[in-house]
Ligand binder design. Sequence first.
Ligand code: BGC
Length: 383
Amino acid sequence: MIRPTLAVLLLFAVQSITVGDEPTSEDFGKTKAGQSVELYTLQSGKGLIAKVMTRGATLVQLHVPDKNGKSDDVILGWDDVAGYESEDNQYFGCTTGRVCNRIAKGQFTLDGKDYTLAINNEPNHLHGGVERSLDKVVWKATGYTRDGGHGVRFNYTSPDGEEGYPGNLNVSVNYYVPKDSNTLTISYFAKTDAATPVNLTNHAYFNLAGAGSETVLDHVLRINAATYTPVDDTLIPTGKIESVSDTVLDFTTPKRIGARIKKLDDAATIGYDHNFVLNPQDDKSKFYNLAASLSHKESGRTLRIMTKEPAIQFYSGNFLKRQTGKGGKTYAHRSAICLETQHFPDSVNQADFPNTILKPDEEYKTSTSLQFGIMQPPAAKSE
Ligand code: BGC
C-alpha cells in the first residue's frame, strides 16, 4: 500500500480548502437613510474569497493567494457602509450605471425626445448620476450554489425617469465563484419597458500586491487592443478610432504601467484613463474574449480579464487622494487601477459606436470573468 507522506497531505490541505454548502450572509450595517445592507461571502475551494454587499451590488473584498499561498485583499474599499457613502468613495467596487463612463453634457436624444441628465463631472454626466445611480441604491440579493460554487444574484428595478433615464429598467447582477478555480464571474442582465441606454460595468480598483500598497506602477499590463477612442479635453470621445502603435497606449505586449505614464501627467486624462477597443475574438465559438492581463512579480499574482464587451476603460487611479480605507490603509495617487469592461463612452451620442440602446423586446446580457492565478516560472531549457 502506498502511504501519502505528511508533505503530500499538507499540500492537499492547502490546495483544497473546504467550502461550505451555501454562501453566507451577514449584516453590514445601515445606510444614512436607514436601509439595512447585507454582505455575502462567496468562496472557491482554491482560496479566493469575494465579499459583495447589497448597496450598489458592490464588490467589497476580494482575497486571493500569492505565490506562497498567503492571501491578501486586492481591491480598495471600506469596512463599513459609511465609508462607501462618504465623499472619498470614487465608485470603489460598485456596479456602475445605468450608463457607466461619460455622456457628453448630460444630453441625448432618443426616438425624437431630448433627455437631460445630471452634470456630475463638469461639463458631463458620469457613471449614471448623483443620488440614485446603481452604485448608490440598495439591491435585493439571493445567494445560491451551483455545481458546488457560490453565487449571489442582485436585483434592482430602476423606475422610469430615475436619474433622468427613460423606462422602468429591471437589472440583475450575478456574482459567481466556481469551486475549482480562483475566478469571479460577473454577469449582467436587464429588461426595459421603453428604449433606454444601458452600459454596465464593475468599478473595482485592483492592486495585486494588496490594497493599500503604495503604488500600482510596478504592475505589468497587457491589453488586447490595437486601437482606442481618442477624447477631447473633457474626456468625451472625438468619434475617431485610432491605432495605439507608437503611443504610450500600446499595451499589445506586456508593459510596466509606470514605464511611460509620466508622459500623460499633463494630458487631459492626467494619466491613463482611456477606452481601448478590444481586438475581435479570433475564435467566434469562444464565449469570452481576452480583454487584459495584469501581473505583479513580487507577489506572483496574475489576473486575466475575459469579457463579452467590446471595450475596456483602463483608469490608473489618477484621482486617488490618500483617503483612508479598509483596516486604516491609505489609498495613494496611482496605487490601484480600474479595468472596466464596457461599451464605448458617450455611445448614445455617437452613431458609429456599437449600440447601447436597449429596447423593450430585447434582453441586455453580458458577462466578465476575473481569473486569478500565479506567475509560472520560465520553463527550463531542454538540451
Ligand atoms: C473614469 C475616470 C473617473 C473615475 C472616477 C473612471 O471610470 O474613467 O475618469 O475619474 O472613474 O472614479
